[in-house]
Ligand binder design. Sequence first.
Ligand SMILES: NC(=O)c1ccc[n+]([C@@H]2O[C@H](COP(=O)([O-])OP(=O)(O)OC[C@H]3O[C@@H](n4cnc5c(N)ncnc54)[C@H](O)[C@@H]3O)[C@@H](O)[C@H]2O)c1
Ligand SMILES: O=P(O)(O)OC[C@H](O)CO
Length: 312
Amino acid sequence: AVAAEAGNDVILWSRNKDVVSDINKNHENKLYLKGASLSPKITATTETSALQNCDILLLVVPSQHLGAVLEASKDQINSKTPLVLCTKGVEIKSGLMMTEMITEILPENPLAVLSGPTFAIEVANKLPTAVTLACADESLGKALSKTLNNRSFRIYQSLDPIGAEIGGAVKNVIAIACGIVAGKKLGDNARAALITRGLSEIVKLGLAKGGRRETLMGLSGMGDLTLTCTATQSRNYALGKALGEGIKIQDYLKGRITVAEGLSSSKSVTELAQNLSIDMPICDAVCSILHNNADIDKTIAQLLARPQKAEV
Ligand SMILES: NC(=O)c1ccc[n+]([C@@H]2O[C@H](COP(=O)([O-])OP(=O)(O)OC[C@H]3O[C@@H](n4cnc5c(N)ncnc54)[C@H](O)[C@@H]3O)[C@@H](O)[C@H]2O)c1
Ligand SMILES: O=P(O)(O)OC[C@H](O)CO
């Protein structure tokens, strides 16, 4: 929708025939984006041959499936086509960041990361939004920003893709923690503490992976963290809130088709932090609750009982 609003012809590839038909016939995607009216400039297809002649490819498949989709379609992708990663997450299977995984599959394609506080429905409905577009190649970053920027979608440029990516991947895990605190009615102080100490975890991991502090403090870091940790429309926050209210994760996920990336990223981020010898206690706690069936109250008590330490 952003690319179309900026004047581009857009083709959406989907595996789902009903989604394709809804977009082409009704200019809507009722299954995944109810309430948004899409531009007729957007057409959809299930054919990966559509990837052949694109000027830019925006990658939006959820993190645990993007690798398989790229592997299956890589023969259709021209090695000169710039790839813009919009997915937020870390692959569990390989422990790789999305940009690292993409580079293994498509080593020659130029790569950028587009990330920031962007609830899709607000973006599609043209509400004012600002994001980071990070690309190591400055002139390509400028060209991509110019192609995608529109009157309601303001793009800031950055040269730090890995920093932009870390913020987007880890904030989902911290948002689940904030949701749990809301569900358990532990108060606004606790949420502010989680956001701040969550940011500290994002910065530690981001710097260890070669990201820059200013990126982690920007729209793709602190900006997206703030949004996701404070809004009930976040799927990650909502998942945490349900758990905090005592709903079992299997019951909550039953019948849901949309992704809460923090569920998988809590595992992959925790493993990544362990491999890099980085202490990320909030992400660890979320991982234990989601994947090791840890008791929420005991986990919170353990977090609070950690030895006192200097803030920085
Ligand atoms: N929704 C948002 O507000 C938003 C904003 C910014 C970034 N993101 C990121 O974008 C990514 C996708 O999120 P979303 O909101 O579109 O998720 P979603 O769950 O709403 O939709 C996922 C889409 O991917 C498709 N899909 C799922 N598994 C697939 C597979 N194995 N192969 C091919 N296609 C598959 C689904 O059919 C669907 O079209 C996530 O990493 C998310 O963090 C989402
Ligand atoms: O609904 P969430 O929690 O997946 O968040 C969506 C976007 O990442 C917000 O920037």
